[in-house]
Design a protein around this ligand. Structure first.
Ligand code: TRP
Length: 343
């Protein structure tokens, strides 16, 4: 830990967010949710469905609220416990928008211009991207800092945004002579399933925006579909190696072994000790069986939550109350620090 982080005296608090963009897949589950479920046993955790981030690109207003319910249902089905953790929708807590504006005035153009995710998402025609998409990572900093989050479980792809959050926190503290007011949030890079790759290309991350449905396993896929997708997953002609080194240069084999290991809570070495020497003809059915066994209870639970939107709304409402109770006093202090009238 850096000096700045150790000098911060407040409570340790985990903060993370996920976009309510529909189509949750195995990558979200193994890369993030499994980890959230474990973390909540030992830490105070705050998990946010980031609908303000979602509208940085066009969304269908008729669907947004149900996507927020859907992602909440997935979290609950995976084991996030709303009695242990705070679970809420970003737009129901005004602190996010308010702090984002203030931090937009702390963050420097040059810092935000360096963010590679904006370049990827905006594509060639960045002139047409929303200003919100540009300043997306500042809103992300505001999410974490409105709760004085100290640790943030994220995937590799969010490391740069988290660095920016640290810079913004540090700059705010210095600019306003508010030593250690905001913590500098630390990344917790997620466990063995952190990088689940496409089933069609072991060098590309599993993603909901991949045009091929066969590239990913969705939360709502039923057992037959899961089995079919694994059967059709790209592999190679060789048998599985007995040692991890043998996965070198075989991205698809590595991915499938990694998925098996993450689902079975085993290391790649343990998986290979079991399957080394076997071909994919044998390994894939074993993987399909395991995936169905682990995922179908979650799918079923998620469906039953979705059939009872009132229950999800009650969870989100209670979460918003708890989230406001934490963030309001922090924002009040921010207003005083910045020097606004009527603080
Ligand atoms: N940008 C994150 C992602 O795409 C989601 C996110 C929004 C987030 N706010 C956050 C993650 C705060 C961690 C903390 O994955």
């Amino acid at each position: 830990m850096s000096d700045a982080a150790t000098a911060y005296q407040g409570p340790q608090r985990i903060y993370s967010g996920m976009q309510p963009s529909g189509d949750l897949h195995l990558g979200n589950y193994l890369g993030a949710l499994i980890n959230w479920v474990k973390l909540q046993e030992e830490w105070e955790c705050v998990f946010c469905a980031v609908d303000l981030h979602a509208i940085t690109v066009p969304q269908d207003p008729k669907k947004l609220a149900s996507q927020t319910r859907e992602i909440t249902a997935a979290w609950l089905a995976a084991g996030v416990d709303p009695d242990k953790s705070i679970v809420y929708a970003q737009s129901s807590v005004p602190a996010h928008s308010e702090l984002a504006w203030i931090l937009n005035c702390t963050a420097r153009m040059g810092w935000v211009e360096r963010m590679t995710q904006f370049k990827d998402k905006a594509g060639k025609d960045s002139e047409r991207a929303s200003v919100g998409l540009f300043t997306y990572p500042v809103l992300q900093a505001a999410d974490i800092l409105a709760f004085k989050g100290t640790h943030v479980p994220v995937g590799e792809d969010q490391k740069q945004h988290l660095e920016l959050s640290r810079d913004i926190a540090d700059r705010f503290n210095r600019d306003f002579d508010a030593e250690n007011f905001f913590p500098q949030p630390e990344p917790l890079i997620q466990g063995p399933g952190a990088r689940v790759m496409s089933l069609k290309d072991g060098t590309k991350k599993m993603s909901k925006s991949d045009p091929s449905e066969l590239s990913r396993i969705n939360f709502i896929d039923d057992a037959d579909v899961i089995a079919k997708k694994i059967k059709k997953a790209k592999s190679d002609a060789d048998a599985l190696p007995s040692e991890v080194e043998g996965l070198e240069g075989r991205p698809e084999a590595r991915n499938l072994v990694g998925i098996y290991g993450a689902l079975a809570e085993k290391t790649n070495a343990e998986v290979l000790a079991e399957f080394g020497g076997e071909g994919f003809g044998k390994f894939k059915p074993a993987l399909a069986e395991l995936a169905v066994e682990k995922l179908s209870p979650i799918t079923q639970k998620m469906r039953s939550y979705m059939d009872d939107p009132a229950q999800i709304d009650a969870v989100l409402k209670k979460g918003a109350e708890k989230a406001n109770a934490i963030s309001e006093p922090i924002i009040k202090e921010v207003r005083e620090i910045v020097g606004f009238w009527n603080t």
